[in-house]
Design a protein around this ligand. Structure first.
Ligand code: DGL
Length: 230
């Protein structure tokens, strides 16, 4: 089975990492030249996500997983209506899992604006800091101060599981909810032969370091800038 997965950058690799437990052929697109998606308009997200979906369709994938909270919360319905291919979002399974639970959420500005999650806190500094491998701790401390003791905390952006160790070191009392893990638990896919192809719109050493911190399998990497002009 060929599976397309995409995000604005390396964050969706936290989802891919879970999906890799199913041995399939994966095509991952990370649009890191256009990062962050969290501050784009809905219209911009429609354009960017459409180009990526069309690229993945051109690779003949059987299904597409939106491994980006911002795209899922803002343009999932739009993409589903526009394309015939099965498209899965990253947030739906987490919302199902959260039914009847009290929780707080860390998310990007556009995901917060969509009101899809309860008690959402805008963490706009995290994605750029993760992508550029900058110090996230001061911003993280500030965001974590807003979360009551012993809460369920949804990592509502797929970049945030990269900070799991840092978060739990600062706040061991929290129960973190990783959307990639919840998605994995909700799927029942076949397994066959693993092949991983990663496409990023900008490839540099920093990106390669980030990829290798997250996934631990052989992969092919290619720089590919999509043409976003209408
Ligand atoms: N990983 C994306 C998400 O889940 C990050 C969005 C961004 O680029 O700001 O929302």
């Amino acid at each position: 089975m060929k599976i397309g997965v995409f995000d604005s950058g390396v964050g969706g690799l936290t989802v891919l990492k879970e999906l890799l437990k199913y041995k399939n052929e994966y095509y991952y697109f990370g649009d890191n030249i256009n990062i962050p998606y969290g501050t784009k308009t809905k219209y911009e997200l429609q354009i960017l996500a459409s180009k990526i979906v069309e690229f993945l369709i051109s690779k003949d994938v059987d299904m597409i997983i939106i491994a980006c909270g911002t795209v899922s919360s803002n343009v999932y319905e739009y993409l589903k209506n526009k394309y015939d291919i099965p498209i899965y979002d990253i947030i739906g399974p987490t919302l199902n899992y959260l039914k009847d639970k009290t929780y707080y959420t860390f998310a990007t500005p556009m995901t917060c604006k969509s009101k899809i999650f309860n008690n959402a806190i805008e963490c706009s500094l995290l994605v750029p800091s993760i992508e550029n491998s900058e110090d996230v701790i001061p911003a993280l401390k500030e965001y974590l101060d807003k979360i009551p003791l012993n809460s369920n905390l949804v990592l509502g952006c797929t970049h945030y599981p990269i900070l799991t160790n840092e978060i739990l070191t600062l706040r061991p009392d929290l129960n973190l909810i990783n959307m990639g893990k919840v998605l994995f638990d909700s799927l029942d896919l076949e397994s066959n032969k693993l092949k991983v192809r990663l496409y990023f719109s900008k490839v540099d050493h920093n990106l390669i370091n980030n990829i290798e911190k997250i996934i631990d399998v052989d992969y092919q990497l290619e720089e590919l800038c999509l043409n976003y002009q209408k």
